[in-house]
Write a protein that binds this ligand. Sequence first.
Ligand code: P5A
Length: 437
Amino acid sequence: MLLSKLLIPITKDLPADAKIKSHQLMLRTGMIRQSSAGIYSWLPLGFKVMKKIEQIVREEQNKIGAQEMLMPTIQSADIWKESGRYDDYGEEMLRIKDRQGREMLYGPTNEELITEIFRSSVKSYKSLPQMLYHIQWKFRDEVRPRFGVMRCREFFMKDAYSFDTDENSAKKSYNKMFFAYLNTFKRLDLQAIPMAADTGPIGGDLSHEFVILAETGESKIYADKKIFEVNLKNFKFDDKSLEKMRKDFSSFYAVTDDKYKKDEFDKNVNKSNQIITKGIEVGHIFYFGDKYSKPLNCFVDTKEGKKDLVKMGSYGIGVSRLVGAIIEAKYNNEIMKWPKAVSPFDVVIIPSISKNNNENMVKASKIYDELKKQNVDALLDDVDENMSIKFKKHDLIGVPFQIILGSKSKENKFEFKEVNQEAKILSLEEIKRKLKK
Ligand code: P5A
């Protein structure tokens, strides 16, 4: 992509209400544009990053055997009346009437709808367990939408739902998701701590929040540093090993404000290992048994020839929130560096351009064509601006690798720079090898 052709409205001005780095940076680099309070359009740069995150989330769901589907954003109020949550959900629910006067709503989550689909499609224990997920927009009329994509009214969520015949088997599904979540955040280059959590309006008695450490997070967290030593590599994808994984994580103290008790923290965690900081909740998982299957009459035939309520869990990841969360975790000293897996481009080519000499631009275009042939997604900065302005701009955009054609480039050697590291002078072949790695 040529920078001159990319819709990337970089601005210097900051709206007064952009309080945290990710919000400021997403507005400044034109990743998003506010459409109304807590509702954003995703412009090409932001959309590209979000789609890459979505794909990683999808791949990790598929790996544990969850099946992708798609439910609508608009739901009928009827099933919410059946579950009893139509009234409970309160003002956070956006309620709509269609032209026939039927009560509809913009889905804040999908426990009811998926249970309704399940009860009409699955009748026997033989088809269980099942895990289904979709990645879809949600709407919650938050009292105080803020921090850009972190707390929006309209946001993009991956929500999965598990169905099992009994509690024991349901907990195995829960553990699989727990595993998928840790792998997902690892691939996004984030250290996420699983924390025992309250269940809020989703309900149930077993729940974990996945929280990444960031000073600008909304939740205050108290954790034992040793939780970071639990290594996912030590666990295999079988029920016994996954149960041990969850127990190992749970053996370390890690809670948010609502569960924090000072004396417990001090008793369980050495002073030198105590982490007290803030965090961003990027995922939340729940086991709630028959909380929805009971009011919605979702039964399956059991092995013993009886009927039993299906046991369910639900599992959310804030895909759009993750874009902001990654920025919060990776932004440092006015310089952004996207993890390679979600960077909007693999590399940016920055030639110094002058009116009477277009030699660098010609070379840069050749490199660009060559990389394109190798399926490297390169951005070519073909804008006629001086190099210091260009560098500032690319510090904001945060593509992790730069090929610079300026004073230090010779014949067929170019400056190759990984953000935050010393530049190296390399040939195109060497650069290609590094990018492939
Ligand atoms: C689990 C999936 C649920 O909704 N039902 C289906 C369950 N859980 S949750 O914790 O309420 O949300 C899951 C994740 O979605 C993100 N999230 C948000 N992102 C941006 N703006 C919001 N207003 C918002 N609300 C929730 C969070 O990452 C959360 O962990």
